[in-house]
Design a protein around this ligand. Structure first.
Ligand SMILES: Nc1ncnc2c1ncn2[C@@H]1O[C@H](COP(=O)(O)OP(=O)(O)OP(=O)(O)O)[C@@H](O)[C@H]1O
Ligand SMILES: [Mg+2]
Length: 420
């Protein structure tokens, strides 16, 4: 076989009578057309677009995921290995878990299509049986359903997309037994279950997260003493993070990982990405995304009571000021939204002050330092409500300003109401 090519490719040529070959014009035509290897394909661009709409301020992580996905699409991934092995480091609430869910949402239309393994739950060797099942003959062998079987791995595959997402959270807490298992998966894309069945991970994207180095990173953000302290305080107040700090933090994350993890582990990773702390600019964009998600929640979970709300600029400023804490990233902002906006709205729904088809305006009361709610209109059809939704950030899935999407909202509404 020539160059290991599949037989059907070369056999035909070899068997063609020489006579015919002479008649064919020389197939090699010199063109010297410059090619651009920096360009990405359509599917990769579409993934990148979706991720950029959902994830703010983590461009490097997005780029790495998109690159690896395209390698997979073009068949250029290394054979016998997972599609990609990623280690995500960085502060809490910066999007490490969210970006994995967002990739699943973009590719499989389901943010929950991620198999999550919380490594802190597998700190003792015997707990590994939950992942791989126990060997035959052991007590309870038949009852155990390994968390990492082939069926579990493939459960979210669709007709067109046969990719699995596996997330190992807080890997620094993994026991030695889990660690060995992980090394095998990362290197050979196989795992042997307790009963000797093999699980194939060659269609899996493996993500590992760790807060390792987070303490050093927050020390860089806010040195308690000394010369840099006042600059850091301003940074904390404004939520701005400059480039130098960003680079310093990225270095300190990778160094912490190198100190903690063995070279054989680090060698098996395709990419190590340090997530950046989110500054006020990023939080502002995340606020828009989260408000849209709250709106979507209203459309999805209480369809017969679907209403629309809009928040004034001052209201948004207030949410941001209450929700900015560089230490806790977007989590703090989400908590502020829940406390200041969602809970009062839930009271309004429960007391029938807000009904289906209403338009609720949310403004900031500067004197009382709280949000004020007012019913601006009622009896709006779904299409009208969708039109009112801020589309500066495209909502994941369902809702946008187009007529087609409005129909989708109705369909979703009908389905959900059947369930309740
Ligand atoms: N960069 C981001 N872009 C958009 N939303 C974000 C971003 N970071 C965080 N969020 C929001 O905050 C929530 C919490 O973030 P996430 O769970 O990804 O944090 P994490 O980095 O995994 O933190 P931890 O290390 O504590 O697990 C997400 O569900 C998402 O709603
Ligand atoms: Mg996380």
């Amino acid at each position: 076989m020539a160059l290991g090519l599949p037989e059907e490719l070369w056999r035909g040529n070899q068997m063609r009578p020489l006579r015919n070959v002479r008649k064919v014009a020389n197939p090699m035509v010199r063109l010297n057309v410059p090619l651009d290897p920096a360009k990405t394909g359509r599917d990769a661009i579409s993934l990148e677009g979706s991720l950029r709409r959902m994830i703010v301020g983590q461009d490097e992580a997005i780029q790495q995921i998109v690159n690896i996905y395209q390698m997979h699409l073009t068949g250029m991934s290394a054979p016998g290995r997972p599609i990609g092995n990623f280690l995500f480091l960085g502060p809490t609430g910066s999007g490490k878990t969210r970006i994995v869910e967002a990739t699943a949402e973009a590719l499989l239309k389901n943010p929950r299509a991620v198999i999550k393994i919380d490594c802190a739950e597998f700190q003792h060797s015997h707990e590994i049986a939950k992942l791989i099942g126990s060997p035959p003959g052991y007590l309870g062998h038949r009852e155990t359903h390994p968390l990492l079987s082939q069926e579990v791995l493939n459960q979210y595959h669709t007709d067109t997309m046969k990719v699995s997402f596996i997330l190992f959270d807080e890997i620094e807490k993994a026991s030695d037994a889990l660690w060995n298992l992980l090394l095998g998966i990362l290197d050979k894309a196989t795992l042997t279950l307790g009963d000797n069945r093999k699980v194939d991970f060659s269609r899996a994207l493996i993500f590992m997260t760790s807060n390792l180095g987070a303490a050093e990173m927050s020390a860089i953000m806010a040195p308690k003493l000394g010369f840099h302290a006042s600059a850091a305080q301003t940074r904390m107040a404004t939520g701005e993070v400059d480039e130098e700090t960003t680079a310093k933090m990225a270095r300190s994350g990778v160094e912490a990982a190198r100190r903690k993890f063995t070279p054989e582990f680090m060698n098996r990773l395709d990419k190590v990405v340090t997530f950046q702390p989110l500054g006020s600019k990023e939080l502002k964009k995340i606020l828009e995304i989260e408000l849209n998600l709250v709106q979507q929640r209203i459309f999805n979970t209480a369809p017969e009571r679907a209403f629309v709300f809009t928040v004034s600029d001052a209201g948004k400023e207030f949410l941001l000021s209450e929700g900015t804490d560089l230490k806790y990233g977007a989590r703090h902002l989400k908590r502020a939204i829940e406390r200041i906006l969602v809970q009062p709205m839930s009271n309004l729904i429960a007391t029938d002050q807000v009904r289906g088809g209403d338009w609720v305006r949310v403004e900031f009361d500067a004197e009382a330092k709280e949000l004020r709610f007012a019913r601006e209109a009622e009896g709006l059809p779904v299409t009208e409500m969708v039109r009112l939704v801020d589309t500066s950030v495209t909502m994941p899935e369902l809702i946008s300003s187009t007529g087609a999407s409005a129909d989708t909202v109705k369909i979703q509404t009908a389905r959900s109401s059947k369930r309740s």
